[in-house]
Design a protein around this ligand. Structure first.
Ligand code: SAH
Length: 376
């Protein structure tokens, strides 16, 4: 697994022979040494994404079966079985492939043309390994257009009831695999949700950017006195309410569909205070050129969160974009604390759940930052 699996167009001297987008090709150094085998797309800046560095390994249906089995064996080994990210793209040597498993259901994304071409083989392999109750495609992702692919979603198995319910940390959650964000549910926070267990006991909790209320429900379950979850999406808030009901937490966990920036500003003016504030905002930017936008957004929302805390309260704060590395994230939180005239004491600093493996040589595999600080 040495080296980065992406080969950029400007790194390639010549393409030997005619190729079609999506073809499997071999990559050699200028000296003629074999580098690896992968799929090509001349339309993409990433010309080739390597699937293997083993010259004797053929890329065929059996290859995908073997690789998916390997992904599954790994998840079982580290204890992520019922719900897990089964395939995390490059970190599983499966560039541009995402597969989430929600108990007996699988949701898949093929985000590059060369991977998309093997969708049939991937689905066959999943059927062989899991005999799942259903497979669904969530390829309604704009990045596919850079590859010349259409956005699409739908069944890759016989149609099934898509309102899936999963168990997590002793709670139940609805997963809307058709209309939810990304694959329907953020499995990457599944371990971090447990990290709030002790600090929310007896607490008044605010969660901004709550999506389907998963942290809020955990807070209620772990003994919070009251929980208020905010999200700009009506659909997310409706699901959050249904999740609270599913766990019999509807008296403790309340939700509002509002802009968190505005609501936090208003509550700061009203001097409203909470014991715990949880923030898990969206990426704010998708490109390195706009990184300042993300920095400003994270700083502002964390500043507001800190101001809403009682002295000695806890800020639980996350960032999901790989464009903000962990060190920069901590700097942003530090800047916010200085502006808010607060002192911080770190409780924990974590990353994504272990079923989203990190490869040190592929920097965008470390993407989730999750921090808990005590705020004085
Ligand atoms: N913590 C959640 C994931 C949050 S994703 C979980 O673990 O499941 C980020 C959420 O922020 C999305 O649901 C999105 O709808 C919401 N969002 C984006 N901009 C917002 C804004 N200005 N105010 C409130 N919510 C916003």
């Amino acid at each position: 697994m040495q080296g980065h699996p992406w080969v950029f167009g400007n790194e390639v001297g010549e393409i030997d022979g005619p190729v079609n987008a999506g073809d499997i090709v071999d990559v050699f150094t200028h000296q003629g040494h074999f580098v690896g085998r992968g799929y090509i797309n001349p339309q993409s800046q990433i010309l080739v994404r390597l699937l293997t560095r083993d010259k004797s390994e053929e890329i065929n249906d059996e290859f995908f079966y073997r690789r998916l089995l390997k992904c599954w064996e790994y998840r079982k080994k580290i204890g992520y079985v019922e719900n897990c990210r089964l395939v995390f793209g490059e970190a599983d040597e499966m560039p541009a492939l995402i597969i989430d498993k929600f108990n007996d259901y699988l949701v898949i994304q093929t985000l590059a043309l060369g991977m998309d071409k093997w969708k049939g083989a991937i689905v066959d392999a999943l059927n062989r390994i899991f005999s799942p109750k259903g497979i669904y495609e969530r390829n309604d992702v704009p990045v596919r257009e850079l590859e010349g692919l259409e956005q699409q979603k739908g069944f890759l198995s016989a149609p099934f009831d898509t309102n899936v319910i999963i168990n997590e940390n002793g709670l139940k959650f609805h997963v809307d695999i058709v209309n939810g964000q990304k694959t329907g549910y953020f499995l990457d926070q599944q371990d971090n949700r447990r990290a709030i267990q002790h600090i929310v006991k007896g607490a008044d909790v605010l969660e901004a950017f709550c999506y389907t209320g998963t942290f809020s429900c955990h807070a209620g379950y772990y003994g919070a006195k009251s929980v208020m979850g905010l999200d700009i999406s009506e659909h997310a808030v409706n699901t959050a309410r249904r999740n609270a009901e599913l766990n019999n937490l509807q008296d403790i966990c309340k939700f509002q569909a509002v802009n968190a920036f505005d609501q936090l500003k208003q509550w700061t003016r009203e001097e409203k205070k909470f014991d715990v504030v949880i923030l898990d905002p969206p990426a704010f930017t998708k490109s390195r050129e706009n990184i300042q936008k993300a920095i400003t957004g994270y700083k502002e929302i964390n500043l507001r969160g800190m101001k809403l805390l009682k002295p000695g309260g806890f800020l639980v704060t996350a960032s999901c974009t790989n464009l903000v590395p962990p060190s920069l994230f901590l700097e942003i939180i530090d800047m916010a604390a200085k502006d808010a005239k607060k002192k911080l004491r770190q409780v924990t600093f974590q990353t994504q759940a272990q079923d989203h493996p990190i490869l040190w040589n592929i920097e965008n595999t470390t993407y989730l930052k999750f921090l808990i600080v005590e705020v004085q």
